[in-house]
Design a binder for this molecule. Structure first.
Ligand code: C5P
Length: 247
């Protein structure tokens, strides 16, 4: 995989700006991420719009509810055109199994003519990733919400549950990627919390540079504000690609 194909651009901004960035990165980047900010404002149509530009789309809604609800939501997200989606691992084994089932239901059904799945069908089944511990949390926050384990222990525990549930991989901090790779070699590991050396952490706590995250075993890097908040997002994307290649 080329460096540019490993970067998932988090479009946590209004639709107009998101579309502008996605259009500019057409043929340059491979993955766009639609999170709550964009999805709740623009709806599922934004996923089809990005697929129409040739991007793979990661729909990061971090589903967390009773299994029946999560199954239906995962199915709907795949029908909207997602290539990858997230659930919170802390929702438990049955909830993650339900998400996998919802994805399989949507994927194995013959798509009706003219639907998003019919237009943008790809051979690979959409991936289900389990969010372990948000990269914005540190041990003190975990303890404040009643989790006695430290973040490394909690991530390892949730990753093994996700594996058992049939998920394809996890979202974790770059600082835990190597440990997960060791305990689950074939996991798809996606790491947010990526910051360039010269940029601040914003609201993220467990961060690393793009190169360090890849060295630690990440398959994909989620990068938002270090691209979208820059004066020239296209240039920022290229700079990150260059920093990975140079390393
Ligand atoms: O702007 P920044 O690069 O910090 O964006 C990180 C993105 O990764 C956000 O879209 C956020 O929702 C997502 N994310 C995260 N931590 C997780 C899972 C997803 O920051 N554990």
């Amino acid at each position: 995989m080329k460096a540019a194909e490993r970067i998932i651009v988090a479009l946590d901004c209004p639709e107009r700006k998101a579309a502008e960035i996605a259009r500019f990165l057409k043929g340059i980047a491979s993955w766009m991420k639609v999170g709550m900010t964009l999805y709740y404002k623009s709806g599922p149509a934004i996923v089809a719009k990005l697929r129409g530009m040739g991007h793979n789309v990661f729909v990061d809604l971090k589903l967390h509810d009773i299994p029946h609800q999560v199954q239906g939501a995962a199915k709907a997200v795949v029908e909207a055109g997602a290539n990858m989606l997230t659930v919170h691992a802390s929702g438990g084994l049955a909830m993650m199994q339900a998400a996998v089932q919802g994805v399989e239901e949507a994927w194995s059904a013959k798509p009706a003519k003219g639907t998003v799945l019919d237009r943008y069908h790809t051979d690979a089944r959409p991936k289900v990733l389990a969010v372990t511990v948000l990269t914005s949390l540190d041990d003190a926050v975990l303890h404040s919400v009643g989790v006695a384990a430290n973040s490394a222990e909690q991530v390892a525990l949730l990753a093994s549950l996700a594996r058992q549930a049939g998920c394809d991989g996890v979202v974790c901090s770059p600082q835990e990627a190597a440990a997960i790779r060791a305990l689950w070699p074939e996991a798809l590991i996606v790491t947010p919390g990526i910051r360039l050396e010269e940029s601040g952490a914003d609201d993220q706590a467990r961060i690393a540079t793009p190169d360090a995250a890849l060295q630690a075993g990440a398959d994909y890097l989620v990068i938002g504000r270090n691209i979208t908040n820059q004066a020239e997002p296209g240039f920022a994307f290229e700079q990150i690609v260059h920093s990975i290649r140079a390393a």
